[in-house]
Ligand binder design. Structure first.
Ligand code: FDM
Ligand code: MG
Length: 215
């Protein structure tokens, strides 16, 4: 189909869920199939705003919780036009984290859920968000957390709770099809197969234009 648009697919998940591995594998597979595909990491640490976020995450700077929340959102807004442009010209844009992490991490620090949601209102709405879940046992068996801010067991537990609320809100506002949960306890290949099966309808069927988040 000549003018078929691409798609916007987001991956979310807790630390050590294998999210970045799976995103990389999916991008490679789509490329092998001859699809136009672009990986978009959030936070995008390559921009000026992204540099401020990077310094904060590495504890090289301190910022008020509201300030850093708004910077994460601003970092998405500075990429929004490119996502819309690429999807409308046939590219599959795969995002490693998005606004859902934005809410889950900031709300886990105590900001109100509604406050966290607001600045992302109107961003490109993902056609599907794949949330990779991990049982606590398997998470524990995958070794130590990293060095960055938020990479502690206590914070990850709170983030997991908030992701449950984010999932409910997404389904309530945008429908059940927008949010898929995939158990990432299996091997890389097993999880890859589950993801591939899950996203087939999204990348095969011609879709209408991209929606707007939280509207
Ligand atoms: N994070 C990520 C947030 O707190 N808010 C956001 O909006 C986004 C996109 O940043 F701990 C957190 C999640 C994670 C950290 O992410 C850096 P990566 O995926 O580890 O680079
Ligand atoms: Mg990290």
């Amino acid at each position: 189909m000549a003018n078929q648009r691409g798609a916007f697919i987001v991956f979310e998940g807790l630390d050590r869920s294998g999210k970045s591995t799976q995103v990389g594998a999916l991008v490679a597979r789509l490329q092998r199939e001859g699809r136009k595909v672009r990986l978009q990491k959030f936070p995008d640490r390559t921009t000026r705003i992204g540099g401020m976020i990077d310094a904060y995450l590495q504890s090289k700077s301190e910022l008020d919780d509201h300030s850093i929340h708004l910077l994460f959102s601003a970092n998405r807004w500075e990429c929004a036009n490119a996502i819309e442009r690429d999807v409308s010209s046939g590219t599959i844009v795969i995002a490693d984290r998005y606004a859902f992490s934005g809410i889950a991490f900031s709300a886990a620090k105590g900001l109100s859920f509604q406050y966290c949601l607001n600045p992302d209102t109107g961003l490109p709405l993902p056609d599907r968000t794949v949330y990779l879940t991990l049982s606590p046992e398997v998470a524990a068996s995958r070794g130590a957390y990293g060095e960055e801010r938020y990479e502690t067991l206590e914070m990850q537990k709170r983030v997991r709770e908030q992701f449950t609320l984010v999932a409910e809100e997404t389904r309530r506002r945008h429908g059940d099809d927008r949010w898929a949960e995939i158990n990432a306890d299996g091997t890389v290949e097993e999880v890859e197969a589950l993801i591939w099966e899950n996203i087939q309808p999204v990348i095969m069927e011609p879709l209408q234009c991209l929606g707007k988040l939280w509207t």
